[in-house]
Design a protein around this ligand. Structure first.
Ligand SMILES: NC(=O)c1ccc[n+]([C@@H]2O[C@H](COP(=O)([O-])OP(=O)(O)OC[C@H]3O[C@@H](n4cnc5c(N)ncnc54)[C@H](OP(=O)(O)O)[C@@H]3O)[C@@H](O)[C@H]2O)c1
Length: 251
């Protein structure tokens, strides 16, 4: 069977809603045992409950990835549950839409703490046992905003650009240990974050006008890409970015 992920262990951050929730559900469908994390305990509990009927185990860890101590705590707790996490999906992310002239220092720091710093240090913590078993998959949910400019997204675009580059460095350093590190760069995907960033019909129409396929993406379309990059068949793909952008970036 291609893309057989059964009995692998995965940690998915930002799994309480949106894209991360869909990724967790898709991995579970493939027989992957999970640690799911976010700040909202009730949503994690609900997802873990939904997964009770599947033939997988699912543990949750509440963590605020804006706090470095929570990042380290999450890594330690995940490795206490499973000796190695085979698949790390760094999905948690935030956006504080503000014009470049109005971007507040607090928004900048919060965006970078979660989107970049937490992603890097969680990867660093979990890479060590991956190195020992000579196998690992790190999948970072970046954004088309890491590849092109979006108005009112200075901190977000800069943070996702940083995700793209730090992923390439980790890919380069850890390739010899059987660890691949890749990014997925979606366009607008129908989630609570997209609703917050593009709330009005006008804002949505402006984004839609740039997407040749003529629609926003769905969370399951991002999750499918995660399954592929997590597979052993994707072993020769590292340091790369898979765009899920309906053709936006061919223009
Ligand atoms: N939706 C899009 O259009 C789009 C496009 C391109 C890229 N992306 C990227 O895709 C990823 C997921 O986005 P989404 O649209 O699914 O966003 P979302 O609906 O807002 O969900 C974000 C997830 O991140 C978690 N999170 C937020 N702040 C956190 C914190 N301080 N500590 C721990 N977890 C935190 C949230 O959980 P809690 O609130 O429970 O903590 C939630 O599970 C992000 O990295 C985003 O940048 C999204």
């Amino acid at each position: 069977m291609m893309f057989d992920l059964s009995h692998k262990k995965a940690l998915v951050t930002g799994a309480s809603k949106g894209i991360g929730r869909a990724i967790a559900l898709s991995l579970a469908e493939q027989g992957v045992d999970l640690v799911i994390s976010a700040r909202t305990k009730a949503e994690l509990e609900q997802l873990a409950g939904e997964l009770k009927n599947k033939a997988v185990t699912c543990h949750y860890v509440v963590a605020d990835l804006a706090k470095h101590e929570d990042v380290i705590k999450l890594a330690k707790e995940a490795l206490a549950i499973y000796p190695t996490i085979d698949i790390l999906v760094n999905n948690a992310g935030v956006s504080h839409p503000e014009s470049a002239l109005e971007t507040a220092e607090t928004s900048w720091d919060h965006t970078f703490d979660i989107n970049v710093k937490a992603l890097f240090f969680l990867s660093q913590q979990l890479a060590q046992p991956m190195l020992s078993q000579n196998y690992g998959r790190i999948i970072n949910i970046s954004s088309q905003a890491g590849l092109i400019a979006l108005e009112d997204h200075a901190a977000y675009c800069a943070s996702k650009g940083a995700v793209e580059m730090v992923s390439k460095v980790m890919a380069l350093e850890w390739a010899k240990y059987g660890i691949t590190v890749n990014c997925i760069a979606p366009t607008v995907i129908n989630t609570p974050m997209a609703e917050m960033a593009f709330p009005t019909p006008e804002a949505k129409a402006k984004m839609l006008s740039k997407i040749p396929v003529g629609r926003f993406g769905e969370v399951e379309e991002v999750a499918a890409a995660v399954l592929f990059l997590a597979s052993k068949e994707a072993a020769m793909i590292t340091g790369d970015t898979l765009k899920i952008d309906g053709g936006w970036l061919v223009q």
